[in-house]
Write a protein that binds this ligand. Structure first.
Ligand SMILES: CC(C)(COP(=O)(O)OP(=O)(O)OC[C@H]1O[C@@H](n2cnc3c(N)ncnc32)[C@H](O)[C@@H]1O)[C@@H](O)C(=O)NCCC(=O)NCCS
Ligand SMILES: Nc1ncnc2c1ncn2[C@@H]1O[C@H](COP(=O)(O)OP(=O)(O)OP(=O)(O)O)[C@@H](O)[C@H]1O
Length: 196
């Protein structure tokens, strides 16, 4: 069985994913895969540099994530260009990791996919767990975690589907406005309910 873990930016997916990892579930993390497919020397990174210019790479040849983030979160056309370029590579690497895990005998695994709904990847997974927060809390946590201004954080939030829409497509929702402990209790109830 594949559990799709999603939510919105800074809603708490990584926090919940760390709890699941501690419980022993294998995790396929789309954000990590997205880093893997643009390592120096990859054709994806060369294409990104060709499309967005030299300012999006550091002198040592690695991707300048801040510079690329500033370009794409504010500009839907540029974001689509980047998504079209990266998403096929991200998807195929995630499926490769999934096959490897099932072949090694795993029965249940977690796919942490921030853009599960935006990219219409619901068919990748058997159950969808959405981590939700109020927009005020999301804005606060995002500004503080990434040292962003309110404007920058808002534009990142606006680049994704509203969390209320994601809740509608969920099999279960964790409301992560309270303490980490309260979210852990919600997670544990869901795992019992799903019998996994
Ligand atoms: C633009 C990049 C370089 C910014 O890097 P940065 O280190 O600042 O952010 P990070 O990768 O940790 O992503 C943080 C969060 O931003 C959100 N996000 C990332 N990319 C996108 C996108 N294309 N559209 C909407 N939200 C996005 C996700 O919620 C993600 O969890 C990076 O996010 C990226 O390569 N994005 C394109 C690939 C992608 O779509 N990744 C999302 C997972 S499939
Ligand atoms: N219940 C909570 N109480 C206080 N802080 C929290 C809680 N949950 C998460 N945080 C903090 O909020 C920030 C965002 O959480 P996290 O990184 O888990 O979100 P995310 O959904 O994985 O984000 P992204 O989409 O950007 O990868 C982090 O700094 C995290 O430590």
């Amino acid at each position: 069985m594949i559990i799709g873990l999603t939510g919105s930016i800074a809603s708490g997916k990584s926090t919940i994913s760390a709890m699941l990892k501690e419980k022993g579930y294998p995790i396929i993390d789309a954000d990590l895969v997205a880093r893997l497919v643009v390592e120096p020397g990859t054709s994806n990174l060369r294409e990104i540099e060709h499309t967005f210019g030299h300012a999006v790479t550091h002198e040592d040849g690695t991707l300048n994530r801040d510079a690329l983030g500033k370009l794409i979160f504010d500009d839907p056309a540029k974001r689509k260009q980047l998504n079209d370029l990266m998403h096929p590579a991200i998807r195929s690497e995630m499926l490769r990791q999934r096959d490897e895990l099932f072949e090694s005998g795993q029965k249940t695994l977690i796919m942490d996919i921030p853009l599960l709904f935006e990219s219409r990847l619901q068919h990748f997974v058997d159950k969808i767990l959405v981590v939700s927060v109020t927009e005020e809390m999301q804005l606060q946590r995002l500004m503080s975690r990434n040292s962003l201004s309110e404007e920058e954080a808002s534009s990142r939030i606006q680049s994704q589907l509203p969390i209320s829409e994601k809740e509608k497509g969920a099999d279960a929702v964790i409301y992560n406005n309270g303490s980490i402990e309260q979210s852990k209790e919600q997670l544990e109830r869901i795992l019992v309910e799903w019998d996994i």
